[in-house]
Design a protein around this ligand. Structure first.
Ligand SMILES: [Zn+2]
Length: 141
C-alpha cells in the first residue's frame, strides 16, 4: 500500500511536491485543505491534520485502518529489519587490512618468490573483499 490508498479517498487533493499532498480532512468539516499527507522513501505514510484531528479518526473517516496504509514490511514483525549500511570507517578499515595482504603478496612476487598455495588463495579472498568494499562505498573501479 502507498499514500495513494489514502489519497484516493480524500477530496480537494493537491500535490505539493514529490510524495506530498494537501487535502480536505475527512474527519472534520474542512473548508480548507488542512490535511497534509506525505509518503517517505520507504513507503511509510505520514499525515497530519492542522485542525488537530487525530490519526485514527482521520483513517476511520475514510474507512481505513493502520494495516491499510502501513507498508507490508512494517506490519510483518517476523521479518528481520534491513541491515543498516556499514559505516564508511569500517569499510575503509577492512579495505586497508585486505590491501596489506595484497601488498605482502605483491612484495613476494616482486622479489621473484613464488606464492605458496595458501597465500595465493588468501590473496584471492583479499581481492574479492577489496572489490566488495569498493562497491559498498559506491565507487566504481
Ligand atoms: Zn481534521
Amino acid at each position: 500500500m502507498t499514500a495513494l490508498t489514502l489519497i484516493d479517498r480524500l477530496s480537494g487533493v493537491k500535490r505539493t511536491g514529490p510524495g506530498r499532498w494537501l487535502a480536505r480532512c475527512p474527519a472534520h468539516d474542512d473548508s480548507r485543505a488542512s490535511l497534509s499527507v506525505r509518503e517517505l522513501d520507504d513507503r511509510r505514510v505520514l499525515f497530519h491534520c492542522f485542525a488537530g484531528c487525530d490519526a485514527e479518526t482521520i483513517l476511520a473517516a475514510v474507512g481505513l485502518g493502520w494495516q491499510d496504509i502501513l507498508p507490508p514490511r512494517a506490519v510483518d514483525h517476523h521479518r528481520p529489519r534491513e541491515r543498516a549500511p556499514f559505516p564508511a570507517v569500517d569499510v575503509l578499515r577492512a579495505i586497508a587490512h585486505e590491501s596489506l595482504i595484497v601488498c605482502v603478496a605483491a612484495a613476494m612476487l616482486q622479489e621473484g618468490q613464488t606464492l605458496p598455495e595458501p597465500e595465493r588463495q588468501r590473496m584471492g579472498v583479499a581481492y574479492a573483499r577489496i572489490l566488495a568494499g569498493v562497491q559498498l562505498a559506491g565507487i566504481r573501479p
